[in-house]
Design a protein around this ligand. Structure first.
Ligand SMILES: Nc1ncnc2c1ncn2[C@@H]1O[C@H](COP(=O)(O)O)[C@@H](OP(=O)(O)O)[C@H]1O
Ligand SMILES: [Mg+2]
Ligand SMILES: [Mg+2]
Ligand SMILES: [Mg+2]
Length: 360
């Protein structure tokens, strides 16, 4: 199996799998005091913090000189009011790190019954994610729970990790505990890991046993106007869904969009559950974060697709923690992608015309 052959891939898959076990178990026990509201008003839970602690601990052990651009930081956990949350995170992270080794995992990765950490070590691990990113060098980017709102609703979320070298994503791993293994059987088994390695393909692995189980290679299938549909955010504040509706009309799409939280949308695109990922800025000045797109971007590319901003320009992962000025994101199979870019251009022109007519 590919993940086994490549050390960074196998370590990333193992770390993401453990974090998925943690978040899935937290969901069932989550109480109200275990969620904080960040300065930007978005939620963060014990799940987000402990998943970041687990993955950064593994990366710190296996790649000690690699910096990490992680979504969360431990500032709030170091204050007296953070004590209850902190203790819970330490307990959860240690439970996860010290669980028995699975086939393919190695003790030298800092996993297994002998590898309990102190509270300080775990808070420091969370803060290893404070790197600012940039144009050159090797770095990881981590979103310990992408789609925290979906996670809190019991819907889709993803544990997302990518390795970036000189601004290019080289490896992406996404764990989706609530995603059906087969979209055609939505009430069937759930839980998948997606892996993409630059030049080596995109794969779906079983969440229960990703390093030793079967790997299914993914390729975006061809779509017609009748079979095409959009994959879009659930949260209206994250993307301009009215714009999507017009683009769908221009493309002659008749199927309803699939709304789903998190980068599970990129996973769904890579295996052909939906044909277009479309995310347009809402106009509030929000900048997209690299951890929200890096793993998804390489998965789409390795499944044969194209990902750009809404003008058709490549996404730039070398600007720091964000993708810079927000021109949205468009991802799809090659042929569909160029059609979507044209439709987006036309919808933008219509919008500009309507605004001029309104005297804006
Ligand atoms: N105004 C905004 N525009 C675009 N994305 C936003 C946003 N506010 C928050 N987000 C991001 O949207 C992500 C979820 O994506 P989606 O809408 O595809 O489910 C969030 O990830 P987290 O849940 O990790 O914070 C958050 O980073
Ligand atoms: Mg968040
Ligand atoms: Mg996110
Ligand atoms: Mg997140």
């Amino acid at each position: 199996m590919l993940a086994n052959a490549l050390r960074p891939a196998s370590i990333a898959v193992a770390a993401v799998r453990r974090a998925c076990v943690l978040t899935a178990s937290v969901f069932n026990k989550l109480v109200k005091q275990e969620t904080l509201t960040k300065d930007d008003k978005s939620p963060v839970t014990v799940g987000d913090y402990s998943a970041q602690a687990v993955i950064n601990t593994v990366l710190g052990r296996t790649f000690p000189s690699d910096p990490i651009v992680g979504e969360e930081d431990a500032t709030d956990l170091r204050t007296p009011s953070g004590t209850v949350l902190r203790n819970r995170i330490v307990e959860l992270a240690n439970e996860t790190l010290t669980a028995e080794l699975q086939p393919g995992e190695k003790e030298e990765w800092g996993l297994g019954p002998n590898h309990s950490r102190t509270a300080d070590e775990l808070l420091d691990a969370i803060d290893r994610g404070n790197y600012n990113g940039g144009r050159t060098g090797r770095m990881w980017t981590l979103d310990p729970i992408d789609g925290t709102k979906g996670f809190l609703r019991g819907e889709q979320y993803a544990v997302c990790l990518a390795l970036i070298v000189d601004s290019r994503v080289e490896l992406g791993v996404m764990g989706c505990p609530n995603l059906p293994v087969n979209a055609a059987d939505p009430t069937g088994a759930r839980g998948c890991i997606f892996l993409a390695v630059r030049g080596q393909g995109a794969y779906q692995l079983p969440l229960s046993n990703p390093l030793a189980g079967p790997a299914e290679r993914l390729a975006i299938p061809a779509f017609s106007a009748e079979t095409l549909n959009l994959l879009e955010s659930v949260e209206k504040a994250h993307a301009k869904l009215s714009f999507n509706e017009r683009v769908a009309q221009l493309l002659g799409i008749t199927r309803a969009p699939t709304r789903m939280d998190s980068q599970a949308k990129y996973c769904s695109l890579a295996r052909g559950d939906g044909g277009v990922y479309l995310r347009m800025p809402t106009g509030v000045g929000y900048k997209e974060k690299i951890w929200d797109h890096a793993p998804g971007a390489i998965l789409v590319e390795e499944a044969g697709g194209v990902i750009t901003d809404s003008r058709g320009e490549p996404l730039d992962f070398g600007l720091g923690r964000t993708l810079g000025e927000n021109h949205g994101v468009v991802a799809a199979g090659k042929e569909v992608h160029s059609k979507v870019i044209k439709a987006v251009k036309r919808a933008k022109e219509e919008e500009a015309k309507a605004e001029t007519a309104e005297g804006h």
